[in-house]
Design a protein around this ligand. Structure first.
Ligand code: GLN
Length: 533
Protein backbone atom coordinates (compact mmCIF):
# COMPACT_ATOMS: atom_id res chain seq x y z
CA UNK A 1 0.00 0.00 0.00
CA UNK A 2 1.23 3.47 -0.89
CA UNK A 3 0.46 6.68 0.94
CA UNK A 4 0.05 10.21 -0.40
CA UNK A 5 -0.18 13.16 1.97
CA UNK A 6 -1.52 16.45 0.66
CA UNK A 7 -0.47 19.57 2.56
CA UNK A 8 -1.21 23.22 1.88
CA UNK A 9 1.05 26.25 2.02
CA UNK A 10 0.91 30.06 2.01
CA UNK A 11 -2.86 30.60 2.31
CA UNK A 12 -6.01 28.60 2.82
CA UNK A 13 -8.69 28.06 0.15
CA UNK A 14 -6.21 26.80 -2.44
CA UNK A 15 -8.48 23.94 -3.41
CA UNK A 16 -6.42 21.26 -1.70
CA UNK A 17 -9.44 19.00 -1.36
CA UNK A 18 -10.20 19.34 -5.02
CA UNK A 19 -6.57 18.73 -5.96
CA UNK A 20 -6.47 15.60 -3.78
CA UNK A 21 -9.76 14.39 -5.29
CA UNK A 22 -8.55 15.07 -8.84
CA UNK A 23 -5.41 13.05 -8.16
CA UNK A 24 -7.73 10.31 -6.88
CA UNK A 25 -9.64 10.42 -10.18
CA UNK A 26 -6.45 10.04 -12.20
CA UNK A 27 -5.13 7.16 -10.11
CA UNK A 28 -8.47 5.34 -10.32
CA UNK A 29 -8.41 5.78 -14.08
CA UNK A 30 -5.02 4.06 -14.01
CA UNK A 31 -6.80 1.07 -12.56
CA UNK A 32 -5.70 1.62 -8.96
CA UNK A 33 -7.89 1.23 -5.92
CA UNK A 34 -7.87 4.51 -4.04
CA UNK A 35 -9.14 5.59 -0.67
CA UNK A 36 -9.23 9.13 0.64
CA UNK A 37 -9.08 10.66 4.08
CA UNK A 38 -9.20 14.13 5.60
CA UNK A 39 -7.42 15.13 8.80
CA UNK A 40 -8.67 18.46 10.13
CA UNK A 41 -6.76 20.34 12.80
CA UNK A 42 -9.74 22.14 14.38
CA UNK A 43 -10.98 21.18 17.83
CA UNK A 44 -14.62 20.60 16.96
CA UNK A 45 -15.24 16.86 17.05
CA UNK A 46 -16.96 17.27 13.69
CA UNK A 47 -18.29 20.24 11.68
CA UNK A 48 -21.89 19.23 12.49
CA UNK A 49 -22.14 21.91 15.15
CA UNK A 50 -20.62 24.65 13.01
CA UNK A 51 -22.65 27.36 11.34
CA UNK A 52 -22.67 27.09 7.52
CA UNK A 53 -21.39 30.69 7.40
CA UNK A 54 -18.38 29.50 9.37
CA UNK A 55 -17.58 26.29 7.64
CA UNK A 56 -19.67 25.88 4.51
CA UNK A 57 -21.68 22.76 3.90
CA UNK A 58 -21.72 19.85 6.32
CA UNK A 59 -21.40 16.74 4.16
CA UNK A 60 -23.11 13.59 5.45
CA UNK A 61 -21.85 10.06 4.78
CA UNK A 62 -23.79 6.80 4.61
CA UNK A 63 -22.96 5.90 8.20
CA UNK A 64 -24.15 9.29 9.44
CA UNK A 65 -20.74 10.94 9.87
CA UNK A 66 -21.02 14.72 9.56
CA UNK A 67 -17.95 15.84 7.63
CA UNK A 68 -16.10 18.55 5.86
CA UNK A 69 -17.26 19.32 2.35
CA UNK A 70 -13.98 18.03 0.93
CA UNK A 71 -15.37 14.54 1.55
CA UNK A 72 -18.02 15.55 -0.99
CA UNK A 73 -15.28 16.21 -3.54
CA UNK A 74 -13.77 12.80 -2.76
CA UNK A 75 -17.08 11.01 -3.31
CA UNK A 76 -17.88 12.92 -6.50
CA UNK A 77 -14.45 12.54 -8.06
CA UNK A 78 -13.75 8.95 -7.11
CA UNK A 79 -15.55 5.68 -6.43
CA UNK A 80 -14.49 5.64 -2.79
CA UNK A 81 -17.16 4.66 -0.32
CA UNK A 82 -16.42 6.81 2.67
CA UNK A 83 -17.28 6.30 6.32
CA UNK A 84 -16.52 8.02 9.59
CA UNK A 85 -13.04 6.50 9.49
CA UNK A 86 -12.22 8.69 6.47
CA UNK A 87 -12.40 11.89 8.46
CA UNK A 88 -10.69 12.83 11.72
CA UNK A 89 -10.39 16.16 13.49
CA UNK A 90 -8.13 17.22 16.36
CA UNK A 91 -11.33 17.16 18.42
CA UNK A 92 -11.76 13.44 17.73
CA UNK A 93 -8.09 12.69 18.27
CA UNK A 94 -8.03 14.49 21.63
CA UNK A 95 -11.35 12.93 22.62
CA UNK A 96 -9.85 9.44 22.13
CA UNK A 97 -6.65 10.34 23.96
CA UNK A 98 -8.53 11.80 26.91
CA UNK A 99 -10.86 8.78 27.05
CA UNK A 100 -7.81 6.52 27.15
CA UNK A 101 -6.26 8.62 29.88
CA UNK A 102 -9.46 8.44 31.98
CA UNK A 103 -9.56 4.69 31.43
CA UNK A 104 -6.05 4.44 32.79
CA UNK A 105 -4.71 3.04 29.54
CA UNK A 106 -1.49 5.05 29.65
CA UNK A 107 -0.35 3.22 32.79
CA UNK A 108 0.63 6.25 34.81
CA UNK A 109 2.59 8.03 32.07
CA UNK A 110 2.43 11.77 31.49
CA UNK A 111 0.11 12.15 28.48
CA UNK A 112 1.67 14.36 25.82
CA UNK A 113 1.23 15.55 22.25
CA UNK A 114 4.24 13.44 21.33
CA UNK A 115 3.84 10.46 21.53
CA UNK A 116 0.20 10.08 22.61
CA UNK A 117 -1.56 12.48 20.26
CA UNK A 118 0.72 11.62 17.33
CA UNK A 119 0.25 7.88 18.02
CA UNK A 120 -3.52 8.34 17.89
CA UNK A 121 -3.22 10.18 14.55
CA UNK A 122 -1.05 7.38 13.11
CA UNK A 123 -3.44 4.77 14.49
CA UNK A 124 -6.27 6.38 12.54
CA UNK A 125 -4.29 6.28 9.29
CA UNK A 126 -3.30 2.61 9.77
CA UNK A 127 -6.84 1.71 10.84
CA UNK A 128 -8.30 3.17 7.66
CA UNK A 129 -5.81 1.17 5.59
CA UNK A 130 -7.05 -1.98 7.35
CA UNK A 131 -10.75 -1.14 7.01
CA UNK A 132 -10.54 -0.08 3.38
CA UNK A 133 -7.60 -1.91 1.79
CA UNK A 134 -6.42 -0.10 -1.32
CA UNK A 135 -3.40 0.53 -3.53
CA UNK A 136 -3.12 4.19 -2.63
CA UNK A 137 -4.40 6.02 0.45
CA UNK A 138 -4.59 9.77 -0.11
CA UNK A 139 -4.69 11.82 3.10
CA UNK A 140 -5.37 15.52 3.00
CA UNK A 141 -4.26 17.63 5.95
CA UNK A 142 -6.59 20.58 6.56
CA UNK A 143 -5.24 24.08 7.24
CA UNK A 144 -1.97 25.65 6.16
CA UNK A 145 1.57 24.59 7.00
CA UNK A 146 2.74 26.91 9.77
CA UNK A 147 -0.53 26.81 11.71
CA UNK A 148 0.11 25.90 15.34
CA UNK A 149 -2.77 23.45 15.45
CA UNK A 150 -1.56 21.54 12.40
CA UNK A 151 1.81 20.64 13.97
CA UNK A 152 0.80 17.34 15.63
CA UNK A 153 -0.50 16.05 12.29
CA UNK A 154 2.70 16.93 10.43
CA UNK A 155 4.82 15.39 13.19
CA UNK A 156 2.67 12.26 13.01
CA UNK A 157 3.30 12.07 9.27
CA UNK A 158 7.03 12.42 9.83
CA UNK A 159 6.96 9.45 12.21
CA UNK A 160 4.65 7.54 9.88
CA UNK A 161 7.13 7.90 7.00
CA UNK A 162 9.87 6.45 9.21
CA UNK A 163 7.65 3.50 10.00
CA UNK A 164 6.42 2.61 6.50
CA UNK A 165 9.54 3.69 4.60
CA UNK A 166 10.24 6.65 2.38
CA UNK A 167 9.56 4.67 -0.81
CA UNK A 168 5.96 4.12 0.12
CA UNK A 169 5.05 7.73 0.80
CA UNK A 170 4.69 10.84 -1.31
CA UNK A 171 3.99 14.36 -0.11
CA UNK A 172 2.20 16.71 -2.46
CA UNK A 173 2.38 20.31 -1.28
CA UNK A 174 -0.25 22.62 -2.71
CA UNK A 175 1.10 26.14 -2.79
CA UNK A 176 0.30 29.59 -4.17
CA UNK A 177 2.41 31.28 -6.84
CA UNK A 178 0.97 34.79 -6.88
CA UNK A 179 1.21 37.23 -9.76
CA UNK A 180 2.41 40.67 -8.68
CA UNK A 181 0.99 43.18 -11.08
CA UNK A 182 3.46 46.00 -10.37
CA UNK A 183 6.36 43.68 -11.20
CA UNK A 184 4.47 41.84 -13.92
CA UNK A 185 5.82 38.57 -12.47
CA UNK A 186 4.90 35.35 -10.76
CA UNK A 187 6.56 35.15 -7.36
CA UNK A 188 8.07 32.00 -5.89
CA UNK A 189 9.12 33.32 -2.47
CA UNK A 190 5.91 32.41 -0.58
CA UNK A 191 6.32 28.81 -1.78
CA UNK A 192 9.96 28.72 -0.76
CA UNK A 193 9.00 29.92 2.69
CA UNK A 194 6.19 27.45 3.19
CA UNK A 195 8.52 24.64 2.17
CA UNK A 196 11.06 25.91 4.66
CA UNK A 197 8.29 25.59 7.28
CA UNK A 198 7.69 22.00 6.22
CA UNK A 199 11.40 21.24 6.42
CA UNK A 200 11.58 22.57 9.98
CA UNK A 201 9.26 19.72 10.89
CA UNK A 202 11.34 17.23 8.94
CA UNK A 203 9.09 16.84 5.92
CA UNK A 204 10.05 17.42 2.34
CA UNK A 205 7.56 17.61 -0.53
CA UNK A 206 7.99 15.32 -3.53
CA UNK A 207 5.52 17.21 -5.68
CA UNK A 208 4.66 20.90 -5.74
CA UNK A 209 1.22 21.73 -7.03
CA UNK A 210 1.36 25.43 -7.80
CA UNK A 211 -1.92 27.29 -7.78
CA UNK A 212 -1.61 30.21 -10.13
CA UNK A 213 -3.67 32.60 -12.23
CA UNK A 214 -1.07 32.58 -15.02
CA UNK A 215 0.89 29.84 -16.77
CA UNK A 216 4.11 28.85 -15.03
CA UNK A 217 6.85 29.61 -17.55
CA UNK A 218 10.04 27.56 -17.77
CA UNK A 219 11.90 30.12 -15.72
CA UNK A 220 9.50 30.04 -12.81
CA UNK A 221 9.37 26.24 -12.91
CA UNK A 222 13.16 26.06 -12.72
CA UNK A 223 13.29 28.54 -9.89
CA UNK A 224 10.69 26.60 -7.90
CA UNK A 225 12.52 23.38 -8.61
CA UNK A 226 15.88 24.72 -7.43
CA UNK A 227 14.77 26.76 -4.44
CA UNK A 228 12.22 24.25 -3.21
CA UNK A 229 14.42 21.25 -3.98
CA UNK A 230 11.81 19.42 -6.03
CA UNK A 231 12.61 17.75 -9.41
CA UNK A 232 11.60 19.93 -12.35
CA UNK A 233 8.98 17.48 -13.58
CA UNK A 234 7.39 17.46 -10.13
CA UNK A 235 6.62 21.19 -10.32
CA UNK A 236 3.02 20.99 -11.46
CA UNK A 237 0.97 23.89 -12.68
CA UNK A 238 -2.47 24.14 -11.09
CA UNK A 239 -3.98 27.02 -13.01
CA UNK A 240 -7.29 28.63 -12.02
CA UNK A 241 -10.13 27.05 -13.93
CA UNK A 242 -12.92 29.30 -15.06
CA UNK A 243 -15.43 26.87 -16.53
CA UNK A 244 -15.78 23.75 -14.40
CA UNK A 245 -13.90 22.15 -11.52
CA UNK A 246 -14.33 18.79 -13.27
CA UNK A 247 -11.64 19.92 -15.68
CA UNK A 248 -9.06 19.66 -12.86
CA UNK A 249 -8.13 15.98 -13.41
CA UNK A 250 -7.70 16.62 -17.15
CA UNK A 251 -5.41 19.61 -16.61
CA UNK A 252 -3.37 17.75 -14.02
CA UNK A 253 -3.04 14.81 -16.38
CA UNK A 254 -1.62 17.18 -19.02
CA UNK A 255 0.89 18.29 -16.42
CA UNK A 256 1.73 14.59 -15.93
CA UNK A 257 0.91 14.67 -12.23
CA UNK A 258 -0.24 11.05 -12.14
CA UNK A 259 2.82 9.90 -14.08
CA UNK A 260 5.19 11.67 -11.68
CA UNK A 261 3.30 10.29 -8.66
CA UNK A 262 3.35 6.70 -9.97
CA UNK A 263 7.00 6.93 -10.89
CA UNK A 264 7.97 8.28 -7.50
CA UNK A 265 5.96 5.58 -5.71
CA UNK A 266 7.16 2.79 -8.00
CA UNK A 267 3.66 2.00 -9.25
CA UNK A 268 3.40 0.51 -12.72
CA UNK A 269 0.12 0.95 -14.56
CA UNK A 270 -0.97 1.89 -18.07
CA UNK A 271 -1.75 5.60 -18.54
CA UNK A 272 -5.17 6.83 -17.48
CA UNK A 273 -7.88 6.68 -20.12
CA UNK A 274 -9.93 9.74 -19.27
CA UNK A 275 -12.31 9.64 -22.24
CA UNK A 276 -15.47 9.21 -20.10
CA UNK A 277 -14.43 12.15 -17.99
CA UNK A 278 -13.58 14.22 -21.08
CA UNK A 279 -17.02 13.54 -22.53
CA UNK A 280 -18.70 14.70 -19.36
CA UNK A 281 -16.64 17.90 -19.24
CA UNK A 282 -17.34 18.59 -22.90
CA UNK A 283 -21.08 18.22 -22.34
CA UNK A 284 -20.85 20.43 -19.33
CA UNK A 285 -19.09 23.31 -21.08
CA UNK A 286 -20.95 23.13 -24.41
CA UNK A 287 -24.58 23.14 -23.37
CA UNK A 288 -27.24 23.37 -26.06
CA UNK A 289 -29.90 24.83 -23.80
CA UNK A 290 -30.00 27.09 -20.76
CA UNK A 291 -32.35 27.17 -17.85
CA UNK A 292 -32.70 29.59 -14.93
CA UNK A 293 -33.49 28.18 -11.55
CA UNK A 294 -33.77 29.90 -8.19
CA UNK A 295 -32.22 28.63 -4.98
CA UNK A 296 -34.19 30.29 -2.20
CA UNK A 297 -31.93 29.96 0.82
CA UNK A 298 -30.25 31.89 3.58
CA UNK A 299 -26.63 30.79 3.67
CA UNK A 300 -25.96 32.28 0.26
CA UNK A 301 -23.07 34.54 1.24
CA UNK A 302 -20.85 31.58 1.98
CA UNK A 303 -19.97 30.28 -1.43
CA UNK A 304 -19.68 26.69 -0.25
CA UNK A 305 -22.73 26.44 2.00
CA UNK A 306 -24.79 24.68 -0.70
CA UNK A 307 -21.83 23.05 -2.48
CA UNK A 308 -23.35 19.60 -3.10
CA UNK A 309 -26.64 21.11 -4.29
CA UNK A 310 -24.85 23.20 -6.91
CA UNK A 311 -22.82 20.22 -8.06
CA UNK A 312 -25.93 18.01 -8.25
CA UNK A 313 -27.65 20.65 -10.38
CA UNK A 314 -24.63 20.82 -12.70
CA UNK A 315 -24.49 17.02 -13.05
CA UNK A 316 -28.20 16.82 -13.87
CA UNK A 317 -28.04 19.77 -16.26
CA UNK A 318 -25.07 18.31 -18.15
CA UNK A 319 -26.92 15.01 -18.61
CA UNK A 320 -29.72 17.01 -20.30
CA UNK A 321 -27.30 18.99 -22.47
CA UNK A 322 -28.17 22.17 -20.70
CA UNK A 323 -26.57 24.77 -18.50
CA UNK A 324 -28.21 25.80 -15.26
CA UNK A 325 -28.07 29.50 -14.48
CA UNK A 326 -28.58 29.59 -10.75
CA UNK A 327 -30.25 32.66 -9.29
CA UNK A 328 -29.54 33.00 -5.58
CA UNK A 329 -32.52 34.44 -3.77
CA UNK A 330 -32.06 35.42 -0.13
CA UNK A 331 -35.21 34.18 1.61
CA UNK A 332 -34.85 36.66 4.43
CA UNK A 333 -35.52 39.57 2.09
CA UNK A 334 -38.21 37.93 0.01
CA UNK A 335 -41.71 39.33 0.56
CA UNK A 336 -45.03 39.47 -1.23
CA UNK A 337 -44.09 42.74 -2.97
CA UNK A 338 -40.70 41.82 -4.40
CA UNK A 339 -41.35 38.12 -5.02
CA UNK A 340 -42.99 38.48 -8.46
CA UNK A 341 -40.04 40.49 -9.72
CA UNK A 342 -37.43 38.14 -8.19
CA UNK A 343 -38.97 34.89 -9.35
CA UNK A 344 -40.86 35.81 -12.52
CA UNK A 345 -38.23 34.55 -14.96
CA UNK A 346 -37.11 31.34 -13.27
CA UNK A 347 -38.05 27.92 -14.61
CA UNK A 348 -37.78 26.21 -11.23
CA UNK A 349 -37.56 26.87 -7.50
CA UNK A 350 -35.32 24.90 -5.15
CA UNK A 351 -35.57 25.32 -1.38
CA UNK A 352 -32.56 23.74 0.34
CA UNK A 353 -32.01 22.53 3.90
CA UNK A 354 -31.57 24.87 6.81
CA UNK A 355 -32.00 25.47 10.50
CA UNK A 356 -33.75 28.13 12.57
CA UNK A 357 -36.60 30.49 11.89
CA UNK A 358 -34.84 33.25 9.98
CA UNK A 359 -35.85 33.29 6.32
CA UNK A 360 -38.57 30.65 6.65
CA UNK A 361 -41.48 32.99 5.76
CA UNK A 362 -39.71 33.98 2.53
CA UNK A 363 -39.21 30.30 1.68
CA UNK A 364 -42.90 29.63 2.35
CA UNK A 365 -43.78 32.44 -0.08
CA UNK A 366 -41.47 30.90 -2.69
CA UNK A 367 -43.14 27.49 -2.27
CA UNK A 368 -46.55 29.14 -2.62
CA UNK A 369 -45.40 30.88 -5.78
CA UNK A 370 -44.16 27.58 -7.25
CA UNK A 371 -47.38 25.78 -6.37
CA UNK A 372 -49.70 28.45 -7.70
CA UNK A 373 -47.76 29.25 -10.88
CA UNK A 374 -47.13 25.54 -11.65
CA UNK A 375 -43.38 26.21 -11.59
CA UNK A 376 -41.33 23.06 -10.82
CA UNK A 377 -40.32 22.86 -7.15
CA UNK A 378 -37.69 20.74 -5.46
CA UNK A 379 -37.59 20.85 -1.67
CA UNK A 380 -34.67 19.35 0.23
CA UNK A 381 -35.11 18.53 3.91
CA UNK A 382 -36.20 21.91 5.29
CA UNK A 383 -37.53 22.50 1.76
CA UNK A 384 -40.01 19.64 2.29
CA UNK A 385 -41.06 20.99 5.67
CA UNK A 386 -41.59 24.44 4.10
CA UNK A 387 -43.75 22.95 1.32
CA UNK A 388 -45.81 21.14 3.97
CA UNK A 389 -46.37 24.31 6.01
CA UNK A 390 -47.32 26.29 2.90
CA UNK A 391 -49.86 23.69 1.77
CA UNK A 392 -51.33 23.36 5.27
CA UNK A 393 -51.77 27.11 5.62
CA UNK A 394 -52.93 28.07 2.15
CA UNK A 395 -54.74 25.01 0.80
CA UNK A 396 -55.98 23.12 3.86
CA UNK A 397 -56.55 26.51 5.57
CA UNK A 398 -54.92 25.51 8.84
CA UNK A 399 -54.22 28.97 10.14
CA UNK A 400 -50.90 29.36 11.95
CA UNK A 401 -49.63 25.99 10.70
CA UNK A 402 -45.89 25.76 11.30
CA UNK A 403 -42.98 23.65 12.41
CA UNK A 404 -42.39 23.56 16.14
CA UNK A 405 -38.80 24.45 15.28
CA UNK A 406 -40.03 27.95 14.39
CA UNK A 407 -43.17 28.32 16.52
CA UNK A 408 -43.51 26.09 19.55
CA UNK A 409 -47.06 27.31 20.17
CA UNK A 410 -48.34 26.74 16.63
CA UNK A 411 -52.01 25.61 16.73
CA UNK A 412 -51.17 23.29 13.83
CA UNK A 413 -47.70 21.80 14.25
CA UNK A 414 -47.63 20.06 10.88
CA UNK A 415 -43.89 19.57 11.32
CA UNK A 416 -42.82 18.37 14.74
CA UNK A 417 -39.85 16.82 16.51
CA UNK A 418 -39.14 13.17 15.81
CA UNK A 419 -40.29 11.21 18.88
CA UNK A 420 -36.75 10.04 19.64
CA UNK A 421 -35.57 13.66 19.45
CA UNK A 422 -37.85 14.91 22.22
CA UNK A 423 -35.45 14.02 25.02
CA UNK A 424 -32.27 15.02 23.23
CA UNK A 425 -30.55 18.13 24.51
CA UNK A 426 -26.96 17.70 23.31
CA UNK A 427 -26.29 19.13 19.89
CA UNK A 428 -23.33 17.14 18.47
CA UNK A 429 -24.19 14.14 16.24
CA UNK A 430 -27.68 13.83 17.72
CA UNK A 431 -29.84 14.40 14.63
CA UNK A 432 -31.35 11.62 12.55
CA UNK A 433 -28.27 11.00 10.47
CA UNK A 434 -27.05 8.86 7.62
CA UNK A 435 -28.66 6.46 5.22
CA UNK A 436 -32.20 5.18 5.77
CA UNK A 437 -34.48 3.22 3.44
CA UNK A 438 -37.57 4.74 1.86
CA UNK A 439 -40.42 2.91 0.16
CA UNK A 440 -42.01 4.84 -2.71
CA UNK A 441 -45.70 4.49 -3.50
CA UNK A 442 -46.37 2.99 -6.95
CA UNK A 443 -47.94 5.30 -9.50
CA UNK A 444 -46.53 8.51 -7.99
CA UNK A 445 -44.34 11.05 -9.77
CA UNK A 446 -41.60 10.06 -7.36
CA UNK A 447 -41.81 6.41 -8.49
CA UNK A 448 -41.58 7.54 -12.10
CA UNK A 449 -38.69 9.88 -11.38
CA UNK A 450 -36.67 7.22 -9.57
CA UNK A 451 -37.74 4.37 -11.82
CA UNK A 452 -37.97 2.14 -8.71
CA UNK A 453 -39.76 2.01 -5.39
CA UNK A 454 -37.02 1.15 -2.92
CA UNK A 455 -34.35 3.73 -2.29
CA UNK A 456 -31.75 4.57 0.32
CA UNK A 457 -30.91 8.20 1.02
CA UNK A 458 -28.88 10.25 3.50
CA UNK A 459 -30.54 12.24 6.27
CA UNK A 460 -29.71 15.08 8.65
CA UNK A 461 -32.70 16.48 10.52
CA UNK A 462 -34.59 16.56 13.83
CA UNK A 463 -38.11 17.36 12.67
CA UNK A 464 -40.59 15.44 10.52
CA UNK A 465 -44.05 15.51 9.01
CA UNK A 466 -46.69 15.18 11.73
CA UNK A 467 -48.87 12.18 10.82
CA UNK A 468 -51.87 13.65 12.64
CA UNK A 469 -52.38 15.87 9.62
CA UNK A 470 -51.98 13.13 7.06
CA UNK A 471 -55.62 12.65 6.12
CA UNK A 472 -56.50 16.34 5.98
CA UNK A 473 -53.47 17.06 3.80
CA UNK A 474 -53.97 14.08 1.50
CA UNK A 475 -57.64 14.90 1.07
CA UNK A 476 -56.59 18.25 -0.40
CA UNK A 477 -54.12 16.86 -2.95
CA UNK A 478 -50.94 16.56 -0.92
CA UNK A 479 -49.44 13.18 -1.83
CA UNK A 480 -47.23 11.28 0.56
CA UNK A 481 -45.24 9.42 -2.02
CA UNK A 482 -42.52 7.89 0.13
CA UNK A 483 -42.22 6.75 3.74
CA UNK A 484 -39.92 4.72 5.95
CA UNK A 485 -40.66 0.98 5.46
CA UNK A 486 -42.83 0.93 8.61
CA UNK A 487 -44.82 3.88 7.23
CA UNK A 488 -44.10 6.01 10.29
CA UNK A 489 -41.83 8.66 8.80
CA UNK A 490 -42.77 10.71 5.76
CA UNK A 491 -39.78 10.88 3.46
CA UNK A 492 -41.10 12.14 0.14
CA UNK A 493 -44.08 14.28 -0.85
CA UNK A 494 -45.55 15.67 -4.04
CA UNK A 495 -48.60 17.64 -5.16
CA UNK A 496 -51.33 15.91 -7.11
CA UNK A 497 -52.41 18.95 -9.13
CA UNK A 498 -49.02 20.23 -10.20
CA UNK A 499 -46.73 19.28 -13.10
CA UNK A 500 -43.66 18.73 -10.88
CA UNK A 501 -43.63 19.59 -7.19
CA UNK A 502 -41.53 17.12 -5.21
CA UNK A 503 -39.83 17.42 -1.87
CA UNK A 504 -37.91 15.02 0.34
CA UNK A 505 -36.95 14.84 3.98
CA UNK A 506 -33.48 13.60 3.02
CA UNK A 507 -30.52 15.03 1.12
CA UNK A 508 -30.25 13.61 -2.41
CA UNK A 509 -27.44 16.10 -3.10
CA UNK A 510 -25.02 13.82 -1.25
CA UNK A 511 -25.40 11.04 -3.80
CA UNK A 512 -25.00 12.70 -7.19
CA UNK A 513 -21.99 11.96 -9.37
CA UNK A 514 -20.78 13.70 -12.54
CA UNK A 515 -21.64 10.73 -14.71
CA UNK A 516 -24.56 9.53 -12.59
CA UNK A 517 -26.79 12.49 -11.74
CA UNK A 518 -29.31 11.93 -8.97
CA UNK A 519 -32.80 11.05 -10.33
CA UNK A 520 -34.54 13.76 -8.30
CA UNK A 521 -32.23 16.46 -9.65
CA UNK A 522 -32.49 15.08 -13.16
CA UNK A 523 -36.28 14.96 -12.91
CA UNK A 524 -36.38 18.49 -11.54
CA UNK A 525 -34.10 19.88 -14.25
CA UNK A 526 -36.07 18.13 -16.98
CA UNK A 527 -39.29 19.62 -15.57
CA UNK A 528 -37.62 23.07 -15.44
CA UNK A 529 -36.59 22.72 -19.09
CA UNK A 530 -40.14 21.77 -20.06
CA UNK A 531 -41.54 24.65 -18.01
CA UNK A 532 -39.05 27.19 -19.34
CA UNK A 533 -39.75 26.46 -23.00
N1 GLN B 1 -34.17 22.17 10.59
C1 GLN B 1 -34.85 21.06 10.02
C2 GLN B 1 -34.76 19.84 10.91
O1 GLN B 1 -33.91 19.75 11.76
C3 GLN B 1 -34.30 20.74 8.65
C4 GLN B 1 -32.90 20.24 8.66
C5 GLN B 1 -32.22 20.30 7.32
O2 GLN B 1 -32.71 20.96 6.39
N2 GLN B 1 -31.09 19.65 7.17
O3 GLN B 1 -35.53 18.93 10.77
Amino acid sequence: MKYIFVTGGVVSSLGKGLAAAALGTLLEHRGLKVTMQKLDPYLNVDPGTMNPFEHGEVYVLDDGAECDLDLGHYERFTNCLLSKSNSSSSGQVYESVIKNERAGNYLGKTVQVIPHVTDEIKRRIYQLGKEQPCDVLITEIGGTVGDIEGLPFLEAIRQFIQEVGDDNVLIMHVTLVPFIKAAGELKTKPSQQSIAKLREIGLHPDVLLCRTEHPLNEDVRRKLSVFCNVPLDAVIEGRDIDDTIYRAPLLLQKEKLDEVVCQRLGIQTPPADMSDWERFVKRMVNPKKRVRIAIVGKYLEHKDAYKSIYESIYHAAASLDCKADIVEVDAEFLDKENLPERLHDVAGVLVPGGFGERGTEGKILAAQFARESETPYLGLCLGMQIATIEFARNVVKLEGANSTEFDQKSPHPVIDLLPEQKKVSRKGATMRLGTWPTVIREGTKAAKTYGRTEIRERHRHRYEFNQEYRERMEGAGFVISGTSPDGKLVELIELRDHPWFLACQYHPEFQSKPNAPHPLFKGFMAACLAHGN
